[in-house]
Write a protein that binds this ligand. Sequence first.
Ligand code: SF4
Length: 115
Amino acid sequence: MTLTVVKDATCTFCGCVCDDIELHADGDRIVKAKNACSLGDAWFKHHTAERLFPDAIIDGAPATLDDAVEAAAGFLHRANMPLVYGLSNVTCEAQREAVALAETIGAVVDSHTSL
Ligand code: SF4
């Protein structure tokens, strides 16, 4: 076991952006997230440097990004009450684009923190 320790890491999970997290990694996997709350602890421990998922998924099947964008546009176009949901772990620029999209299509915006 080769342990790597990173001090003053930032957690971007919930939006509080705690920046005093001490991460302990064994290879590609984080095994300890000192100072993180239970949400941040779970978030860090379930992330690895491994690429676990394809770029896009449609109905559970791997898809190209272009096909996924087209499918999403179709879903949103047909929706009676569109919802733009999530937005954790994304950049400010991505959030800005998501809000602009929501305004364009008359959608409601919500984040995972409403849970
Ligand atoms: S999930 Fe917890 S550790 Fe992460 S930013 Fe939010 S409060 Fe901080």
